[in-house]
Design a protein around this ligand. Structure first.
Ligand code: APR
Length: 310
């Protein structure tokens, strides 16, 4: 393949991401982890699946960064996942240390890469990565909104018994309990869901979406979601690798947009070969803006916690 993507963290999210990237023949993949043997074993396993899956992407595993040199995109999933009873924010001190160390290595070996951050707490980890890499703001992107919107879409399709392909949804804000699903901009075949469902049912789906990650953690008990997170990150990578210029909700570094400054938060962006090529500002109602302000305040609080930890 003429494109190269490195996935750091060969756990549940990382390995599933590597599998999806390879099976879609989007790029060659380098899988990196600190645990010896794991990235090598999982890559070999994936290479042995390739003849049956019919793809020619190469997947390499490593504990170092040399193999990753010159990557077009680096996806960072390294870090601890949640256990039942934990919020994403409880992971902050451990994952901040991991994120900072990993990002410095990435910047050294792939100075032109676009970074997609997946580790939680997502918006705070974007700040850590952004500070550690010194890349321009269009090249550091957080994966959250595509996942949260996919969850909302799945629940809309289940509720109305329609194809998921007919659904479209927008979830903005931080990747936490304060995320902001926007029913007004969420549609089935172009029809706003506000025309298709009662207010009560919409509120129930919005609530399930905001707690979608916790619902999976509660069921799995030993870790957090990974199939849908991997799908979401691959949609973002594909838009960049193919320069598709899809508009997707992603965590982006804002400098005045939506009234926030020096803050990573989920907003609609255009993703192409240069990473974030545009931040799309949409009109929000007073209620929506109030909800987004609350979410921004939660991210700001985590940012302050990062300063205390530093
Ligand atoms: N360098 C490289 N890999 C690391 C490092 C590091 N410094 N520290 C930890 N890892 C690896 C672990 O060895 C493990 O294989 O990160 C991997 C994490 O995998 P899992 O424990 O399976 O966690 P996963 O479910 O993949 O979630 C990873 O993404 O969605 C978020 O909240 C989630 O922060 C978590 C991250």
């Amino acid at each position: 393949m003429d494109k190269k993507v490195t996935v750091i963290g060969a756990g549940n999210v990382g390995a599933t991401t590597a599998q999806r990237l390879a099976e879609k023949e989007l790029c060659d993949v380098v899988l990196i982890d600190i645990v010896e043997g794991v990235p090598q074993g999982k890559s070999l396993d994936l290479m042995e699946a390739a003849p049956v899956e019919k793809h020619d992407a190469k997947i390499t595993g490593s504990n170092g960064y040399e193999e990753s040199a010159g990557s077009d995109i680096v996806i960072i999933t390294a870090g601890l996942p949640r256990k039942p009873g934990m919020s994403r924010d409880d992971l902050i001190s451990t994952n901040a240390k991991i994120m900072s160390g990993v990002t410095k290595e990435v910047a050294k070996h792939s100075p032109d890469a676009i970074l997609i951050i997946v580790s939680n707490p997502l918006d705070a980890m974007c700040h850590v990565a952004f500070d550690a890499c010194g890349f321009s703001k269009n090249k550091v992107i957080g994966m959250a909104g595509v996942l949260d919107s996919a969850r909302f879409r799945a629940f809309i399709a289940m509720e109305l018994n329609v194809s998921v392909e007919n659904t479209h949804a927008f979830v903005l804000g931080g990747h936490g309990d304060t995320m902001v699903p926007l029913p007004r901009y969420s549609t089935v075949a172009g029809i706003p869901i506000t025309e298709l469902m009662s207010r009560d049912r919409i509120d129930a789906l919005v609530d399930r979406t905001a707690n979608g990650g916790a619902e999976i953690v509660g069921l799995l008990k030993t870790g957090s979601a990974f199939y849908a997170p991997a799908s979401a990150v691959v949609e973002m990578a594909e838009s960049i690798l193919k320069d598709k210029k899809k508009i997707l909700p992603c965590a982006a570094y804002l400098q005045g947009e939506y009234g926030y400054d020096d803050l990573f938060i989920g907003v609609p962006v255009k993703l192409g070969k240069d990473g974030i090529e545009q931040i799309v500002e949409i009109e929000l109602t007073d209620d929506e803006k109030t909800a987004l302000d609350k979410s921004a305040a939660a991210v700001t609080e985590l940012k302050a916690k990062l300063k205390e930890l530093a």
